[in-house]
Design a protein around this ligand. Structure first.
Ligand code: NI
Length: 170
């Protein structure tokens, strides 16, 4: 396993489309292992493959930050099939270090995906897990949480980001 470099806003790979995984081969297993290690090392509660520069539909999530062995979720080709409710909560992203803000998300989501071996899986998420699922699936569609805030807040973020170069500080 190896820790990979996390791409930072505004790198273009974070904005591109990701391709579905078709072959569940050794290369995919290596990518997943590296993503898990990179997520825990950061530390973060989720990581999408394009955040390490691989434009594939793969994400890893662990809202327990590694404290609960059962909490690790690996999703390949995930898709939200049901959502309900709405809540705002503080959100951040490993690709935008040093910036958090309130983001409105669905309270509950159901996601269909494949596991690392290609078997179908279904995940019901609520609260923080639902938020993490939506955040990571957004990544796989080239979307960042700063796209989901109001226009004025977003302008403020862009100004602050270009002035402070948040990405290179911590
Ligand atoms: Ni993120």
């Amino acid at each position: 396993m190896a820790i990979r470099e996390i791409k930072k806003y505004p790198e273009s790979v974070l904005r591109g489309k990701t391709e579905p995984v078709e072959e569940f081969n050794e290369e995919l297993q290596k990518l997943i292992e590296d993503m898990i290690e990179t997520m825990y090392a950061a530390p973060g509660i989720g990581l999408a493959a394009n955040q390490v520069g691989v434009a594939r539909q793969v994400t890893v999530i662990d809202v327990s930050l590694g404290s609960d062995k059962e909490a690790l979720i690996v999703l390949v080709n995930p898709e939200i099939v049901h959502c309900e409710g709405e809540e705002s909560s503080e959100e951040g992203c490993l690709s935008i270090p040093g910036y958090t803000t309130m983001v409105k998300r669905f309270t509950k989501v159901k996601v269909q995906a494949q596991d690392r071996n290609g078997n179908p899986v279904e995940i019901d998420g609520e609260g923080l897990l639902a938020r993490a699922l939506q955040h990571e699936l957004d990544h796989l569609n080239g979307k960042l949480f700063v796209d989901r805030i109001g226009r004025i807040k977003r302008e403020f973020f862009k100004k602050r980001y270009s002035r402070e170069k948040v990405g290179s500080s911590k």
